[in-house]
Design a protein around this ligand. Sequence first.
Ligand code: AMP
Length: 283
Amino acid sequence: MFVFDTIKNLQQYLSSLQVEQLIGFVPTMGALHKGHLSLINQAQKENDIVVVSIFVNPTQFGNQEDLEKYPRTLKDDLNLLKSVNCNVVFTPSADEIYNHNISSETFNFDGLENQMEGKFRKGHFDGVGTIVKRFFEIANPTNAYFGEKDFQQLQIVKKLVEKNNLNVTIHGCEIYREKDGLAMSSRNSRLTEKYRAEVPFIYQTLIKVQSLFKSLTVKEINVWVQNEFDQNELLSLEYFQIADENSLRGIVEINSANKYRAFIAVFADNIRLIDNISLSKKK
Ligand code: AMP
């Protein structure tokens, strides 16, 4: 497994590959778990070489404390990546990526950036757009893999590719969960035992929403979810929204031709967790 921390060395290696070799790219912020490994596994099936980046991108954090407390476990991450036969790991510093100017470009994602996470994390998607575009320019991958865990991010990356005519295919991968339903996340490692025991409540709520979606109105479901969290002493709801999968806009009425998802953001102590679930029938 090759580990590169400079753009020059990564590009030198990639340019030594044969032109027909397919490069799969999996961007991560490290503190790797089985959710990340499921993306890598899919990338390995569909490409000749898999490049995983580990980079805690400062421009997508609005909150300095969240950035500082983000778990960093590089040694364990590299061991894990080696054990799954990852080919290349890219671990640049912030200066290597931003050339001593840590700032974001401003993007227009046709309004996708103004919904949900965009409302509560100002500037977040400019940071995501900046780093993903930069990585695509650096590694020029054939395919890139993103989790549905961050569904809004996945749709935004697809829009970034479409609007900038980038030559990369974006693949969305299903949410990987703990046995109790909690969506795997690097942030879960920061939960105390008490909060860790409580957070499966988030997925349980989404599962109930999935069944209520057949009988209640969107407004009634919104009220029901708010009530559930009002009664929960440990978890506090930041937002819950049923949205159209493509526009990500909240809906009032259901149109059977469209696909919908329920999205949620919750604080467990000071740790912010997000999750989502499809409300459309599987074909
Ligand atoms: P992160 O390191 O949290 O930035 O995540 C890197 C990539 O892994 C993103 O595309 C995430 O959506 C994806 N990812 C994180 N957690 C999961 C999960 N539980 N299931 C599937 N994909 C995930």
